[in-house]
Ligand binder design. Sequence first.
Ligand SMILES: Nc1ncnc2c1ncn2[C@@H]1O[C@H](COP(=O)(O)OP(=O)(O)OP(=O)(O)O)[C@@H](O)[C@H]1O
Length: 308
Amino acid sequence: METQMVRNKNGQINIVFHDKKAVQIDRNKQPNQMDNGPFSHIDQEFSSFIGLERLKKTIKEIYATIAINEKRREIGLACTKQVLHMLFKGNPGTGKTTVARKLAKLYFEMGLLSKGHFIEAERADLVGEYIGQTAQKTRSIIQKAMGGMLFIDEAYSLARGGEKDFGKEAIDTLVKHMEDNHNDLVLILAGYPHEMERFLLLNPGLKSRFPFILDFQDYDVEQLMDIAKQMVSIREYRLSQEAEWKLQEHLYRKTREGERNFANARYVRNVIEHSIRRHAVRVLCGKQYATDDLIRLTGSDLQLNDEI
Ligand SMILES: Nc1ncnc2c1ncn2[C@@H]1O[C@H](COP(=O)(O)OP(=O)(O)OP(=O)(O)O)[C@@H](O)[C@H]1O
């Protein structure tokens, strides 16, 4: 059965089946043209992400399930409500936060969230210092996030102090609300892989409440180079051949070292942004204002040391 996401005159998203009968699932603010196959909008939204193929596949599965559920509901067949809470495991800079933001927008466009806003929280936002304060703080964050996505980074820090710590209360409050409000709130717990594994082991009840556990792998050098080129091109710069080789060689060394805190795509972003500042100084001092000078980042603009 073929489906498509299309926008109607009122700006609402419809899922259209091959018989052209539309099932309306959404509200007014809508994405760009989506008329080339059922997944073209998802492909478009995630096109700027290098790699992450497994994640893109999962999103398509969620979308397809919802579309087909609508079709089934129409003819009176049983439909299961999709629970969308997720666990994201990945090293620094592997795209967890950026992907979560994008998902919040997409879920809103798909009609799964009523507002689609994104709230990022960490331990200090949820855990209080005296009895009763934690449940209050956590509830207030949940209230803020209703209709959207609540993203808790370094989620294991909630379990830091063990049973006696107020963090435990924050976890219990979150669990209670995620069950009660799963229709209009998506909770994502994120963090580094090893710590997340330990966190789940210590809180065995949690894992089963998150139907989606996504691993964000470290990027390889080829992907990091693609990310670098994309970042440069979005900013309307270009890496010279020499700069490319220099960066590539440096990334091979960095990734080979297997440094635990290597910040993947964020590291690359910092290198590029730093190079743009160095380029500006060089060009200004040299008074070289031809278009190519203003665009081209050379090897000397790239300062590749461990301070970045
Ligand atoms: N697959 C990707 N393609 C393009 N850019 C990416 C990709 N993954 C990450 N980035 C970029 O890298 C930067 C860091 O990403 P992000 O903050 O989402 O990582 P993170 O996993 O949340 O890191 P941390 O766990 O340290 O908070 C952002 O600028 C993001 O746009």
